[in-house]
Ligand binder design. Structure first.
Ligand code: PEP
Ligand code: MG
Length: 317
């Protein structure tokens, strides 16, 4: 099976009844792109830009960021690239930003909350991204840790004024769904965003109230918990009301059974660690989307994550 997955990794993730799921890679650096493409990635569904800040002891300026995004897009040669605006806070701390200490960083000023409080971080990043777009980079921008509509409207307003200033083209603007409030209100957000990408690592953490890094609770922090699946379903349904697509870029997207369930829930794009791609594609290619939709309904009605996982046997080898 593994040999076949490797052989067929360049083929699309098309189910036996002709439904195609887009497959992206979670990649942060241009030099990692060739490997991702070789594994069968069709683009980059999540570029975590905090790595630009974490890997050095100072803040990269606008020009450095511009060069980086340009190179990333060039490596992808016209394939889609979703760049996530800086997601600092929580588990991602950067000493040289000198942020105040917080008792509960996961519930504090992280992601979009930090971006809106620190124009000195947000604006150079957006300028760098729009400059890259102006030079032909095919990219989308997404904002992390969105919890309210006000944040979305304000981020869009800032992005658009920077775009106009630079005389740059429009680029799709999406949001991450990482907290229950955003999943529940997806229909309210949908008219104001171009796409949604669900961060199941954080959505599981905030949905189940389990620290994503807690060593004793790792087994309970299962993104296939039916409550998390219901939040995903709400996001897909809310997004569909305004015709928006939904992807998943959290770890569960790279799990073959998880990927199958997500496809059944109506998720259109999955982005994962490159090495997970061949097995996920092989899994989806062997399945019927109609059957996956029925399986997803059963998973939504299940009592526990273990009950959901037991449904895998239904899919056969
Ligand atoms: C997530 O939360 O699932 C996600 C993709 O973002 P990160 O893991 O970078 O927090
Ligand atoms: Mg996250």
């Amino acid at each position: 099976l593994r040999a076949r997955a490797a052989e067929e990794r360049g083929l699309p993730a098309r189910t036996t009844d002709g439904h195609t799921v887009e497959i992206g890679a979670n990649v942060n650096r241009p030099d990692q792109v060739p490997l991702a493409l070789d594994q069968g990635a069709e683009g980059v569904g999540l570029m975590r830009t905090e790595f630009l800040f974490l890997e050095r002891d100072r803040t990269p300026d606008e020009d450095e960021q511009y060069a980086f995004y340009r190179d990333m897009a060039a490596a992808l040669d016209g394939r889609p690239l979703i760049v996530r605006a800086l997601d600092i806070g929580g588990d991602k701390q950067v000493a040289h930003l000198h942020l105040p200490h917080e008792e509960n960083p996961f519930l504090g000023v992280r992601g979009a909350r930090l971006l809106l409080r620190r124009p000195d971080l947000l604006e150079p990043q957006l300028r760098a991204l729009y400059r890259a777009a102006r030079e032909g980079a095919k990219l989308s921008i997404m904002f992390p840790m969105i919890t309210s509509l006000g944040e979305v409207l304000e981020l869009r307003r800032i992005a658009d004024s920077i775009r106009a200033d630079l005389d740059a083209p429009q680029v799709p603007l999406g949001i991450m769904v990482e907290v229950p409030s955003t999943a529940v209100q997806a229909d309210v957000f949908a008219p104001h965003v171009d796409f949604f990408s669900i961060g199941t690592n954080d959505l599981t953490q905030y949905g189940l109230a389990i620290d994503r890094q807690h060593p004793d609770l790792a087994a309970e922090a299962d993104s296939l918990h039916p409550a998390v699946l219901r939040l995903i379903r709400m996001t897909v349904e809310g997004a569909a009301r305004a015709g928006r697509w939904v992807g998943v870029c959290g770890g569960i997207a790279g799990d073959p059974f998880g990927a199958a369930l997500l496809a059944g829930l109506g998720v259109r794009e999955l982005s994962m660690t490159p090495r997970d791609i061949p097995a996920v594609k092989a899994r989806l290619r062997g399945l019927d989307h109609g059957a996956l939709k029925a399986l997803a309904e059963e998973a939504l009605a299940a009592g526990t994550a273990a009950d959901v996982r037991a449904l895998e046997a239904r899919l056969g080898a």
